[in-house]
Ligand binder design. Structure first.
Ligand code: ZN
Ligand code: ZN
Length: 90
């Protein structure tokens, strides 16, 4: 079996199976920043691995059929009334 990330051969001793696919232990990391991943908290998206922080927006994963570019030019001319609520402390 070949590593999904680097496409090199994976030996059993350095192999991690995620979603039924083989990865090197060293390749099993966030493709964005190289964050450490575990089999519990990793995200795979389009053949790449991401940590919870850097995974692309979930919308793209949930609905792959409706792939549209969101090119809505939203006019950001809304005035934000910054009224921060006081944090209730005990
Ligand atoms: Zn690899
Ligand atoms: Zn990351």
């Amino acid at each position: 079996m070949d590593c999904v990330i680097c496409t090199h051969k994976v030996f059993v001793t350095e192999r991690i199976d995620a979603n039924g696919r083989p990865y090197h232990k060293t390749c099993f990391k966030c493709s964005e920043k190289g964050c450490r991943l575990t089999l519990v908290n990793f995200h795979s998206h389009e053949g790449r691995l991401y940590c919870q922080k850097h995974v692309p927006k979930l919308q793209a994963i949930i609905s792959p059929l409706n792939r549209r570019r969101l090119v809505h030019s939203s006019s950001t001319s809304s005035s934000n009334l910054s009224s921060e609520g006081s944090t209730s402390s005990f």
